[in-house]
Design a protein around this ligand. Sequence first.
Ligand code: PLP
Length: 341
Amino acid sequence: MEKKNIDWGSLGFGYIKTDYRYISEYKNGSWDEGTLSTDDTVRINECAGVLQYAQTVFEGLKAYTTEDGRIVTFRPDLNGERLKSSAERLEMPVFPVDRFIDAVVETVKANQAFVPPFGSGASLYIRPYMFGTNPVIGVKPADEYQFRILTTPVGPYFKGGAKPITIRVSDFDRAAPHGTGHIKAGLNYAMSLHAIVDAHKQGFDENMYLDAATRTKVEETGGANFLFVTKDNKVVTPKSDSILPSITRRSLIYVAKEYLGLEAEEREIPFEEVKEFAECGLCGTAAVISPVGKIVDHGKEICFPSGMEKMGPVTQKLYDTLTGIQSGKIEAPKGWIKEIC
Ligand SMILES: *Cc1c(COP(=O)(O)O)cnc(C)c1O
């Protein structure tokens, strides 16, 4: 397979058109058989449900090359399950999980030439998504939908090492109790744009959202879950019904317990407790873990002992172990690595 002539190491996180995308259409109560297309445009009615009432959900995962030259992806079954629960919450038809996995495999296979080589730090980002396509003007679910998968090569998240970031406690809320914070829906991101643009203006990398009801408990950032390490090396992560269940975070908790022999727990975390922690990181597919060096709460700074130069030691071990599992250097738990070709 001849690779595309791309400078893999200097890729950022942006859209680059690849050769094929997957499309399946839902009409009259069922999904069609699905197809690959070379057309990178979508043609829908001006009154489509997605355009008027934001009926859209998505997923994000990566395909990459292992040391021995295989192209693989990480736990796509969990992305398929999560897309299912996102769709159900927005009254959309479910794209079956087994078909989701097959479609991911088919799309990546067709775009093999865009999967970055081992060692480049780059990967092929996979974006499955679904949206209502037929005209809807009275507020109700659409009757017709498209499920699509686009892929785009993305660069290494950290160029020249993972530098800890500074985040602020946000005055905006991300998700209401009993709302949609636990699903991967575009609407959660639309309303976070103002908060992140403002955070950047003020010199912060990210927003820490607290629970909307009491503003006393840690939730997550706009696109990543928190992971903390206590001074006695226990890994803790917030538990809340309005947090998006990160696959990376769930995998890291497993790695902490089963590979590193650490105690790990998911529980409510009062913001008051944050200053007691030794390490802090953000977890998600994009970076696996981004270390957090400092949290600013309305001028009051919390500086983690791990500092602003590098990841804390436990965070680093978690990062090395999970990325080792993903790249094939460390044996993966059964079912975690899906071989594409
Ligand atoms: C996608 C996402 C995450 C990270 O989930 P992963 O499955 O680890 O990529 C965390 N928080 C939010 C709000 C997200 O949308």
